[in-house]
Design a protein around this ligand. Sequence first.
Ligand code: FES
Ligand code: FES
Length: 161
Amino acid sequence: MPTKTYVQTTINGEQVEFLCEPRQSLLECLRDILHLTGTKEGCNDGNCGACTVNMDGRIVCSCLVLGVEANGKEIGTIEGVATPKGLHPLQLAFLEGAALQCGICTPGFIVASKALLEQNPRPTEQEIRFWLANNLCRCTGYDKIVRAVMDAANRMEAAKR
Ligand code: FES
Ligand code: FES
């Protein structure tokens, strides 16, 4: 039985503790230990972005991060995107703009897009495409996803007025 390591972290604003094997990825810890299954496994080798989470303000592929590296960090997952008041504008825009089909890529796109809009509230189409270049979708053809991010940006700007 491999020795387990104690990890203390913050996930979606809540303090979380867990034990994991040193070899386990953050993706495995989120899904298999903490049962936060919104973060998806696609390739498990850093190529698809389905497992994207926010770590201390940067988006990372959680399949490439060890669970032990989450110690002391702030992690944001798809489960923390909606609030008790309702869905995030990105989630509404993806739903209303049909920017998903099978949905496996969607949590990664939304977590990545949220980080983009936090840094750059009015991104151009080119900036969105560049930012989301590490997120792959085998279903939608990307145009609806890019339009949904632009739509969410517009909704968020309108809400400020
Ligand atoms: S599952 Fe992590 S990048 Fe594909
Ligand atoms: S909606 Fe199926 S992979 Fe993106």
